[in-house]
Design a protein around this ligand. Structure first.
Ligand SMILES: [Zn+2]
Length: 482
């Protein structure tokens, strides 16, 4: 990484900005030569691991247990739930040969793991005492996407967490869906990311789900990105014709479990963190997400090297002891090169220590989010950073939500939509709920999709569907989507 001109403005050409930042910050390499597959380099994997940790910890707090299921699923298991298979059939990677011989049974690479996990649930769950069963795994999944692939946003291999749960009844399962929504909200607060929390329309549900809920965030090009979903599966997978997951209840009666599954998309969340917060100097990371929270940079002066290095080391040690992920950049690059590099990587706080800082007993603290500097007395450094930790998140979150909220425009008619098309990234409108109407909108607006109804607030529709004029049954949000 060398000192170069700033990146393009992301709001002017997001696609170029995004590719450029992935390359300059040495995050992703796209030269692997298999379409839709990318290499995650160390700089991004540190961030990926932080995102995993934050969500995994929230799941574990709520009694989810970690597991790891095989990447291969026998075709016979996969084919059991007909709607599920119909949904994924055209997207699965298949393995039918190994060691030069044809396999007895064809295997698929998991596109998602319901059909891997639920046959095991059928073996594990015997009595109500085994319930609720709440497990998750942090893995890659494989889907042969036919739409144009984009690094992190739409790939044929992507990272996620999938949580799968089984319950004695519908009520407990639906409460799990609420818990999933809360977990996502908490995590997104830590990521500083705004979102639309919606129930997907019936024709847009996950294959095999009774109800589907999703989180959409907004990227700088005005398109929304689905970053997490949770589904109430009812007994669609547990019934006798599919995986037959039964337990003996307290009353001695054999019953089929109710299930849920939850999938926060880690690759996409990382893409959103990069895109929503980043600027023309590179990544801007929330304090808790940042793999390195503080970078200490000595500004060496001839004859004063020893005292400057000495103070830099002490400050680094004290900050590390206080629990901050701190590193000292004592490489022999020029300070300007170091600034460029660590700003590009989004380190939230930089501490500069030069001759004056040594002489007068202070340090210079640079905030990456505001790109502003201030002087802080040595003895106040730790308190100051503790304070900055929440200030930085607040600033990033506020900026992101302001942009998000100002991108939502309400319309009452087709004409109004067409007039406001340019400004409207997310459109709010009263809608009839018919799929034909949604299809027509998508075709005539070059891609606006009905994303669903908000579930965090109740919105009363006006009388008529903004598009067809028939009776409206809900308020929906529309956007172009990745
Ligand atoms: Zn309509």
């Amino acid at each position: 990484m060398s000192t170069e001109a700033p990146l393009k403005k992301k709001n002017e050409n997001f696609s170029e900005w995004f590719d450029d930042v992935l390359q300059r910050a040495e995050l992703i390499d796209i030269r692997y030569n298999v379409k839709g597959f990318i290499v995650y380099r160390p700089n991004i994997m540190f961030i990926v691991k932080r995102v995993y940790e934050i969500i995994e910890n929230l799941l574990i707090e709520k009694n989810h247990k970690p597991t790891l299921f095989p990447v291969v699923i026998p075709i016979s298991s996969f084919k059991k739930e007909s709607e599920h298979i119909k949904g994924f059939e055209s997207e699965v990677f298949k393995i039918n040969e190994a060691g030069g011989e044809e396999l007895e049974e064809e295997l698929i690479l998991r596109p998602t793991s319901e059909t891997a996990i639920y046959p095991m649930f059928a073996l594990w769950i015997r009595s109500y005492k085994a319930l609720p069963m709440k497990i998750f795994q942090s893995v890659s999944v494989y889907r042969h996407e036919t739409k144009a692939t984009r690094p992190l946003l739409r790939g044929r291999e992507f990272l996620w967490i999938e949580a799968h749960c089984a319950f004695i009844d519908e009520e407990s399962a639906r409460n799990q869906v609420k818990e999933d929504l809360e977990i996502t909200k908490k995590a997104f607060h830590e990521f500083g990311l705004p979102f639309l929390m919606v129930e997907r329309e019936p024709y847009d549900r996950f294959y095999g789900a009774v109800d589907s809920y999703a989180f959409d965030t907004l990227l700088p090009d005005g398109r929304v990105l689905q970053v997490a979903t949770t589904h109430y599966l009812g007994q669609n997978f547990s019934n006798a014709n599919v995986f037959d997951i039964k337990f003996t209840d307290k009353d001695g009666i054999r019953k089929n479990v109710h299930q849920t599954c939850y999938g926060p998309g880690v690759s996409r969340i990382v893409a959103a963190i990069i895109s929503v917060h980043g600027d023309e100097y590179g990544l801007v990371l929330p304090f808790d997400v940042a793999p390195f929270q503080i970078i200490v940079i000595p500004i060496l002066k001839a004859g004063k090297e020893d005292v400057i290095m000495e103070k830099s080391k002490i400050i680094t040690q004290n900050l590390s002891k206080a629990g901050f992920r701190t590193i000292l950049d004592d490489s022999d690059e020029r300070p300007g090169e170091k600034y460029y590099k660590w700003e590009m990587l989004g380190v939230p706080i930089r501490i500069e220590i030069g001759e004056e800082e040594v002489k007068k007993g202070f340090v210079t603290i640079f905030r990456r989010d505001l790109r502003s500097r201030k002087k802080v007395k040595d003895e106040d450094v730790i308190d100051n950073i503790l304070n900055l930790k929440s200030l930085i998140l607040k600033e990033l979150e506020k900026r992101a939500w302001d942009t998000f909220n100002s991108s939502i425009i309400s319309v009452n008619s087709k004409e109004e939509l067409m007039k406001k098309r340019e400004r409207a990234k997310i459109v709010r409108a009263s809608f009839c709920g018919r799929k034909e109407c949604a299809d027509e909108i998508k075709a005539e607006t070059e891609g606006l999709e009905v994303r669903g109804r908000r579930i965090d607030i109740k919105e009363i529709p006006s009388e008529k569907c903004f598009w067809c004029g028939k009776e409206a049954s809900r308020v929906v949000y529309l956007a172009k989507a990745y």
